[in-house]
Design a protein around this ligand. Structure first.
Ligand SMILES: NC(=O)c1ccc[n+]([C@@H]2O[C@H](COP(=O)([O-])OP(=O)(O)OC[C@H]3O[C@@H](n4cnc5c(N)ncnc54)[C@H](O)[C@@H]3O)[C@@H](O)[C@H]2O)c1
Length: 356
């Protein structure tokens, strides 16, 4: 295992991010923890392990498992296995497994050790660092949670091979978003220069891609560890437009990342219309998303506007009664702005036939 970076959050809590050569290297590292561990998989990520460890929970795959019942199962197993505070919960999966395992680790005996092994691109570059833990509650996403950074995050790029195209592209959109939020151009240039290798999931390229993407997230969360300074809100670029699209299309037509890609392009257009974003920059950044095959031209039907608008209004990033959008003054220069409803409507809704 190779140390990749250390992320330091509130109270000096540190997350060591380590890179494995392959899943064997990863297993050897985890094997070193002996018996005082509880593993959490889902019904897809358990298949990545040839021989499953004895003390394990296998959750149903998908968001529906992100609930208090799953949390209780993990904590019960930890108790049955006699884990102490120095015991360890290992979350082996995507963001869902990661968020529940982290919440369980933060609560078990007021906090035990936590290792995350992210197995989706989204969880590698986003969900696994930053300390946010959660389960959904009464239909509301991430309603119950804590801040509890993992002690370590172990990344093995080879696990991405089995990921579906939809999930892979979902994570890739967050990587492109990070490139736009980065103050330097390295990630942006890598995305431009290595498009084919990235789409083919070529391992060397992905290692670099994941590292650069993590560095961007690290730079925002370290400056705003508990999301109270406004800085971390920048990571919501594309999410306000995108969440409302996901909700109004019933979470089926667009993956989370595909909706974020669409939403980021709408945010770039909104920035241009408001005189904040340079037109050339917006057009180049939109082209970058387009080159990875996202559906950016989608517009909601005229009959869907009210519903879309209601979802936007519910967005939890509301501030002082107004929905705040992350706009870009340039690469790595995010700003929060409210937008007028008529501008939002003109950006997201199809034009009336026969009108200009
Ligand atoms: N804590 C945070 O900061 C943070 C940030 C972003 C998202 N999230 C949360 O993360 C969740 C989304 O994460 P996600 O996109 O990873 O979803 P996910 O965990 O549901 O994984 C997506 C799908 O991929 C499957 N899968 C995972 N790894 C695989 C692999 N290597 N091969 C084959 N299949 C595999 C899963 O079983 C699942 O069906 C949401 O609940 C979101 O709220 C948290």
């Amino acid at each position: 295992m190779k140390p990749l970076m250390t992320v330091t959050l509130a109270g000096g809590a540190k997350t060591e991010v380590l890179l494995a050569d392959d899943i064997k290297d990863l297993s050897a590292h985890l094997g070193g923890y002996g018996r005082s561990v509880v593993w959490v998989f889902d019904s897809n990520t358990n298949k990545l392990f040839r021989q499953l460890p004895p003390s394990r929970i296998i959750l149903e795959s998908g968001e529906s498992a992100k609930n208090l019942v799953s949390l209780e199962r993990i904590i019960s197993l930890a108790l049955d296995e006699g884990l102490g505070r120095d015991g360890r919960i290992i979350g082996f999966g995507g963001g869902v497994v990661g968020d529940i395992s982290s919440l369980a680790a933060s609560l078990y005996m007021r906090g035990c050790r936590l290792t995350l092994v992210p197995t989706t691109l989204l969880s590698m570059v986003d969900a696994s660092i930053g300390g946010k833990t959660a389960v959904d509650f009464h239909g509301m996403k991430n309603m119950i949670g804590t801040f509890y950074p993992a002690n370590e995050v172990l990344i093995s790029i080879d696990v991405l091979k089995s990921l579906s195209e939809r999930e892979y592209k979902s994570g890739l959109a967050e990587v492109i978003k990070h490139a736009l939020l980065s103050e330097d151009q390295e990630l942006y240039k890598l995305l431009l220069a290595r498009r084919t290798e990235i789409l083919d999931r070529e391992e060397e390229t992905l290692m670099k891609l994941v590292e650069l993407s993590l560095l961007v997230k690290k730079s925002y969360i370290e400056r705003d560890p508990t999301e109270t300074q406004g800085i971390r809100k920048a990571l919501n670029l594309g999410h306000t437009f995108g969440h409302a699209l996901e909700s109004s299309t019933r979470f089926s037509a667009f993956s989370h990342g595909a909706a974020v890609a669409w939403g980021t392009v709408r945010a770039l257009e909104a920035g241009v219309a408001s005189g904040i974003t340079d037109k050339k920059y917006a057009s180049a950044a939109s082209k970058l998303f387009g080159s990875f095959g996202y559906d950016l031209d989608h517009r909601i039907g005229r009959g869907e506007w009210i519903e879309y608008r209601n979802h936007l209004s519910k967005d939890k990033k509301k501030l002082g009664g107004e929905v705040q959008f992350v706009l870009l003054r340039g690469s790595g220069k995010p700003e929060l702005h409210p937008l007028p409803w008529n501008l939002i409507q003109s950006l997201v809704m199809e034009k009336a036939i026969g009108r200009g």
